[in-house]
Design a protein around this ligand. Structure first.
Ligand code: GDP
Length: 365
C-alpha cells in the first residue's frame, strides 16, 4: 500500500495522494544553455564579423582554467592578432567611490555618439570585487550597457593578478579584432593592478576627488607618476571651488615628479561624470596625447615594450604552471615543505631538490 497510514488501523488519519513536484530546474533552460561548439576558424570568423555572442564565448575560453579551453583560446588569439592593435587603449583608475562607473558611462556615451565602438574591461584580482560591488554588474554603466556598440566585460575573477591581467590583455586582442576601436581597462586605484593596467594601455587616466582632506587619497605616488591625465570628478554644484583648488594642488605636485619618458606633461582637468560636464575636454586631451606620442615615436616604442613585457610574463607563467603541475613535483612538494618546516633541510636546499626533480622529470609529463 502506498500510504500505510490510511489502513483501518489508523482511523482518523488520512493521507491524500500526493501531487508531483514541479521540477526545481526549468527543463527548457538546460537546452537553452547548451552552446554550439565552434571550431577555431568559426570563432575567428565570428569575431572578425563583430559577432558579440561569439566574442563573449571566446573571452570565456580565455578566462577558463581548463587546459583544452586554453589551447583553443590561444589558437583563436593567434589568428586574431593580425587584426588587432588598432584601438586606443585607455586605463582608468580611481579609488572606490571616485566615480569610475559613472564616468565610464559618460565617457563611453560620448564616444559612442562620435561613432566609436567601445570595449570596457577590468582588472580585478580579488574575487570579492567581481561579486558585483565594482564591475560585476552591468547596471553600473546603465546607458552604456544598452548600446550595441559597447561591450562590457567584468574582470576575470579567479587567479593571481598576473593571471587576471594576462587574460584581460588577451581579451583586448579579441575585442580589437572584433572591431572595437576604443578599449577601456578599469581598475581600482588601491593596489598593484595599476602597474598591470599600465603595461597594456596607451593612456593612463587617474580619477580623483576634491576636498577629502588628503588630496592624494591613499593613491600611491607611483600611481600618480604613471598618470598621463589626472581628472578631478564631481566638479559640480558646491564642489566646483574645491575641485579647482584640488586641480591646482595636483598641478603643483606633478611638477615635483621627474619628466615622463613620453615627453608628455600630464594634464589636470576637472569635470563631472554625473552631470556630463567637460567630458569632451577629457577626450581632446587623450587625442592630443595620441598625436603627440605618435609624432615623437613614443607610441610605438611603448607598444613594443609592452609586447616584450607580455612575452616574458607569459614565459614566466608557463614556467610556473609547468613546474607546479609536474606530477613528480606535485608528489614531493608537500613532503619537502614539511621537511623545511621541521628544520630538516634549508629552504634553499629544498628549492634546489625540487628544481632538480622537476628537470629530471620534465620529459615524463
Ligand atoms: P566607482 O566606485 O568609482 O565606480 O564610483 P561610482 O561611479 O559608483 O560613483 C560613486 C558615487 O559618486 C555614486 O553615488 C555616484 O552617483 C556619485 N558620483 C559619480 N560621479 C559624480 C559626479 O560627477 N558628481 C557627483 N555629484 N556625484 C558623482
Amino acid at each position: 500500500m502506498e500510504h500505510p497510514e490510511n489502513d483501518d488501523l489508523y482511523r482518523g488519519l488520512k493521507v491524500n495522494k500526493g501531487v508531483a513536484d514541479v521540477p526545481t530546474v526549468n527543463p527548457y533552460l538546460k537546452k537553452r544553455l547548451q552552446r554550439k561548439e565552434y571550431t577555431p576558424s568559426e570563432f575567428v570568423e565570428g569575431i572578425l564579423k563583430g559577432n558579440i555572442t561569439i566574442l563573449s564565448q571566446a573571452v570565456t575560453l580565455v578566462e577558463s582554467a581548463k587546459y583544452e579551453h586554453q589551447q583553443l583560446a590561444q589558437e583563436i588569439i593567434e589568428k586574431c592578432l593580425p587584426h588587432a592593435g588598432k584601438s586606443v587603449r585607455i586605463g582608468i583608475t580611481g579609488v572606490p567611490g571616485a566615480g569610475k562607473s559613472t564616468s565610464i558611462d559618460a565617457f563611453g556615451m560620448h564616444l559612442i555618439k562620435e561613432g566609436r565602438k567601445l570595449a570596457v574591461l577590468a582588472i580585478d584580482p580579488s574575487s570579492e570585487r567581481s561579486k558585483g560591488s565594482i564591475l560585476g554588474d552591468k547596471t553600473r554603466m546603465e546607458a552604456l550597457s544598452r548600446e550595441k556598440n559597447a561591450f562590457i566585460r567584468p574582470s576575470p575573477s579567479a587567479g593571481s593578478l598576473g593571471g587576471v591581467a594576462r587574460k584581460t590583455r588577451e581579451t583586448i586582442v579579441l575585442c580589437e579584432a572584433a572591431g572595437f576601436d576604443t578599449v577601456f581597462v578599469e581598475t581600482v586605484g588601491v593596489g598593484q593592478s595599476e602597474t598591470a593596467v599600465h603595461s597594456m594601455v596607451d593612456f593612463f587616466l587617474l580619477i580623483q576627488l576634491a576636498g577629502t582632506g588628503d588630496e592624494l587619497q591613499g593613491i600611491k605616488r607611483g600611481i600618480m607618476e604613471m598618470a598621463d591625465g589626472i581628472i578631478i570628478n564631481k566638479a559640480d554644484g558646491d564642489n566646483i571651488d574645491k575641485a579647482n583648488l584640488a586641480a591646482a594642488q595636483f598641478k603643483n605636485a606633478l611638477h615635483l615628479f621627474p619628466p615622463a619618458d613620453s615627453g608628455w606633461f600630464p594634464k589636470v582637468l576637472t569635470y563631472s561624470g554625473y552631470y556630463n560636464l567637460r567630458i569632451k575636454e577629457i577626450w581632446d586631451m587623450v587625442g592630443e596625447y595620441m598625436e603627440f606620442t605618435k609624432k615623437n615615436g613614443y607610441f610605438n616604442f611603448k607598444r613594443n615594450e609592452q609586447a616584450k613585457y607580455w612575452m616574458y610574463e607569459s614565459i614566466n607563467d608557463t614556467l610556473r604552471e609547468t613546474f607546479y603541475h609536474n606530477p613528480a613535483v606535485e608528489g614531493m612538494l608537500a613532503r619537502t615543505e614539511q621537511q623545511v618546516l621541521n628544520n630538516e633541510i634549508s629552504s634553499f636546499v629544498a628549492a634546489k631538490r625540487m628544481m632538480d626533480l622537476f628537470l629530471e622529470n620534465l620529459s615524463k609529463k
